[in-house]
Design a protein around this ligand. Structure first.
Ligand code: 13P
Ligand code: SF4
Length: 370
């Protein structure tokens, strides 16, 4: 396996995309009355605008509940893309991070795609600037370019394939079986895991998710000693020392399915803690423990929560619907080029539904069928 180092500045000088800026924009918690009022107002506006709310598992629990109550969806990034494309609503409100809104717009250019906060981004997207990525691709024209969903539309416009965590393994295996060499970007942990599983020839970009990168292998081992019967569920954006201890490795939907379907009583969850909201709803009575992000082997303490996902709040949904703000735009030339790699993935999962673990019945309401 080869890899290329690309060191990027996480805290950009303008302050626009640094995590401190994101945390400063996280909405303050509402009072119980305020929450009820905001939820009712957001539901009213969704109905008035004939809009549907498409939310990721990591966003605030109120937004997840609102999405489900109003005929929308709470899901992983693959299901969000399919649902938004297939839903008849002319307005999609995407509660998540920017690449999710962009994917929705790329797939449905005639729909209005709104987001509660357009500055909600992702460290993987930030760490893969289109110009540098394009130069990387130019230097390796013999490779199929496979990019993770967590990238900008401009990066997708350079790619042959887009993948999400739920289908990356199957798609890379398919390419390897065809004798293809791969240029992979941007998540090095996911890339390493897939390379190890498939044996594919993969040249890697050196990006990471700042949330998953903080899970600690040593502390996880110690936690497992205290809970020897616990099942360990790990998102593959996590470091190797954590992935190696997993009973289940998968996308957010696949981890949720593991809790719902699993026979164990206790689960240690190595992904953003936002998913615990849905896990608790769908698997009441099971014990859910957050995988450790701190301890003696940690250089800093993180909270296992994505600051950009946390920027999504009820008021943001109200504002985007009431004021028409936060609309996603993707330049048409880029959109058309980026569509190719997303369509290729969606076509693959439609032809190979077995490649994506299917949700249990009733587990994700109103999921689009691959
Ligand atoms: P999923 O596709 O598993 O939902 O992951 C998206 C993401 O951003 C994880 O950090
Ligand atoms: Fe990006 Fe990580 Fe946040 Fe997911 S959790 S959106 S990969 S920074």
């Amino acid at each position: 396996m080869s890899s290329v180092m690309f060191d990027y500045t996480r805290q950009d000088a303008s302050g626009e995309s640094c995590t401190a800026h994101a945390w400063a924009k996280v909405p303050a918690p509402l009072t119980p009355d305020g929450r009820a009022r905001a939820r009712a107002r957001a539901a009213e506006l969704l109905a008035r605008e004939q809009a549907v709310l498409v939310a990721h598992y990591y966003v605030d629990g109120d937004l997840q509940d609102l999405a489900l109550e109003t005929g929308g969806l709470v899901a992983d990034s693959l299901e969000m893309a399919r649902f938004g494309r297939d839903h008849p609503a002319r307005t999609l409100v995407v509660a998540g991070v920017r690449f999710m809104g962009e994917s929705a717009k790329i797939l449905s250019p005639d729909k209005r795609v709104l987001m509660p906060d357009l500055e909600a981004t992702c460290s993987l997207d930030l760490g893969c600037p289109p110009e540098a990525f394009s130069a990387f691709c130019d230097a390796h024209p013999d490779r199929q370019v496979v990019v993770y969903a967590n990238t900008s539309a401009a990066v997708k416009a350079r790619a042959d394939w887009m993948v999400t965590s739920s289908c990356a393994l199957a798609i890379v295996k398919h390419l390897k079986d065809q004798g293809q060499k791969i240029l992979w970007a941007p998540d090095r942990h996911l890339g390493r895991y897939i390379q190890e599983q498939t044996g594919a020839d993969m040249l890697m970009w050196n990006g990471e998710c700042i949330v998953h990168d903080e899970f600690k292998g040593l502390e996880l081992e110690l936690l497992r000693r205290d809970h020897p019967d616990a099942q360990v569920l790990v998102h593959p954006e996590s470091p190797q020392s954590v992935v190696e201890q997993a009973h289940v490795i998968g996308s957010t939907s696949q981890l949720l399915k593991a809790v719902v379907d699993g026979t164990a009583q206790t689960y240690i969850v190595a992904t953003d803690r936002g998913i615990l909201h849905r896990m608790r709803q769908l698997a009441p009575g099971k014990t859910l423990l957050e995988a450790p992000t701190a301890g003696n082997s940690a250089t800093c303490k993180s909270c296992a929560h994505c600051p950009w996902m946390a920027m999504n709040g009820l008021q943001g949904v109200i504002d985007c619907l009431e004021l028409g703000q936060g609309e996603i735009q993707v330049e048409e030339g880029i959109r058309r080029k980026a569509l190719g790699c997303i369509d290729r993935m969606l076509d693959f999962v439609k032809r190979h539904p077995e490649s994506v673990a299917q949700p249990s019945s009733g587990f994700v309401p109103k999921i689009g069928v691959a």
